[in-house]
Design a protein around this ligand. Structure first.
Ligand SMILES: [Zn+2]
Length: 464
């Protein structure tokens, strides 16, 4: 944030360091313009506004992860204020999607400020070690209002936020790689009251699922203790993912006094020019893309949610659907067949052997009546193995050529002529028997006929 050291994950400890991020005396900070721009961009994506002037403050505290004894942060004039994160239906955990507590909810934000990350401390049995590689990395702290009512909403909040950050190109926001971290504050209150009880903070959460599980556990624990007449003490808790329980890390006697004061070595920022610049770079938001998919391609709201849940997936679908007259059908293929196959083979959408163009062509073959839906599934499986040929070539190689229509027509005529009793049944008011005739035609054509064409032709011939 304030020096030129390399940022990254998994480097040799204490190798990406300099006098600034080590906090050596006399070192002076220099602002990272890109980090400021990305923070403003994030704020714009979620409806924040920026104060005219944003400034830097020293947050004073004494701990080995910050040798200069203060962290450069923002106190009263952060880069972004207010705004909110919409909780997307698709962002809820699978188990909660059928019963979303507050559909369409938006979690209000308090602020987004930028600060420098501190070193990573690891506590061993009788010593502690510190790695300064992480110190000085820009850290965007996003603070919500106490709007999240349950574990499911916290999960959906993080998933939605993650999606927005990925759409903005700001971060991959992968908690397991430390690209996103989350501290959860939990307090409970008796039904029907508005004042919250003592707040406890859980740290060391390294996945969105861990956040969800820890909240379920902690709400239960706090409620049971209140019911047993035991008051809560304000504390920081540690989550043990293997045990599935929280334990007290340290008790906060009173809220820490960080004695914030303005950083004398950095000038305040006039935000208007940066806001203007970033407005021109604002990408389409997930929910705007979802609405556009619904109107442009005629897909259902749920399917649009699935297709826009990942930026790469949305791009794949759009490439496949562009120029196709059957966007909805392309969407069905992506969701039902492609995603299933990717899941099965542990591949990402970017690694899909079947390209968007191939998928579009495949759907076109079905639409044109060249191959049936079932034949298309076989072609798809074959394309997965040998992606460098076109669906049309593959269909031909598999013998799925469109049968000669006149030959099929004469088979239909023969089948009708050979089964006067069935025809009488159909005309006597049992149209279902037409399926039996279709079956006979399919058999006689050795599966080469298109079942839909056959059914249509039989219906026409029998005047149904
Ligand atoms: Zn440095």
């Amino acid at each position: 944030m304030f020096c030129g050291c390399k940022a990254g994950f998994g480097h040799e400890p204490n190798t990406n360091v300099c006098p600034v991020c080590l906090g050596l005396p006399g070192a002076l900070p220099v602002l990272n313009r890109f980090a400021i721009e990305q923070t403003i961009l994030t704020g714009l994506m979620i409806g924040c506004h920026s104060p005219e002037i944003s400034k830097w403050d020293r947050k004073n505290y004494f701990y080995p992860d910050m040798p200069k004894n203060f962290q450069l942060s923002q106190f009263d004039l952060p880069l972004c204020l207010e705004g909110g994160i919409p909780l997307y239906d698709i962002a809820y955990h699978k188990d909660a999607q059928k019963n979303i507590p507050n559909p369409g909810k938006v979690v209000r934000l308090n602020r987004i400020h930028l600060e420098e990350d501190v070193a990573k401390s690891t506590h061993l049995s009788n010593s502690s070690i510190v790695d300064f590689n992480r110190a000085g990395t820009p850290l965007m702290e996003i603070v919500t209002e106490p709007d999240i009512d349950c574990a499911e909403e916290a999960y959906a909040y993080l998933k939605s936020l993650q999606q927005i950050l990925i759409y903005a190109g700001v971060s991959n926001a992968d908690m397991e790689k430390g690209e996103m971290r989350c501290d959860v504050n939990i307090s409970v209150r008796p039904h029907g009251t508005s004042e919250l009880n003592t707040k406890l903070e859980i740290k060391n959460l390294n996945s969105i699922s861990a956040v969800r599980r820890s909240i379920v556990y902690e709400i239960q624990r706090q409620c049971e203790e209140y019911d047993a007449g035991k008051e809560q003490v304000q504390a920081t808790l540690r989550w043990d993912d293997a045990l599935g329980e929280t334990s007290i890390m340290r008790v906060k006697e009173n809220s820490a006094d960080y004695r914030y004061f303005p950083e004398p070595d950095l000038l305040p920022i006039r935000t208007a020019p940066i806001v203007e610049k970033m407005k021109s770079q604002l990408p389409e938001l997930p929910h705007d893309k979802r609405r556009r998919f619904e109107t442009t391609y005629g897909v259902s709201s749920y399917d649009a949610g699935v297709l826009t849940s990942e930026l790469d997936l949305a791009a794949y679908f759009e490439e496949a659907a562009t120029g196709s007259k059957a966007g909805k059908k392309v969407a069905n293929w992506v969701i039902n067949t492609l995603l299933g196959k990717l899941n099965e083979t542990f591949l990402t959408i970017a690694e899909s052997p079947v390209s968007p163009q191939s998928l579009r062509e495949l759907v076109e073959l079905i639409e044109a009546g060249t191959i049936s839906n079932n034949q298309a599934k076989e072609v798809f499986s074959a394309l997965w193995e040998t992606p460098d040929i076109t669906p049309a070539q593959q269909a031909k190689a598999m013998g799925f050529e469109p049968a000669d229509n006149s030959a099929i027509e004469s088979i239909i005529d023969e089948v009708i002529a050979a089964n006067p009793d069935k025809v009488a049944e159909i005309q006597g008011g049992n149209p279902k028997m037409a399926n039996w005739l279709t079956g006979q035609v399919m058999k006689a054509s050795k599966g080469k006929a298109n079942p839909k064409m056959v059914t249509d032709s039989i219906s026409a011939k029998l005047g149904l």
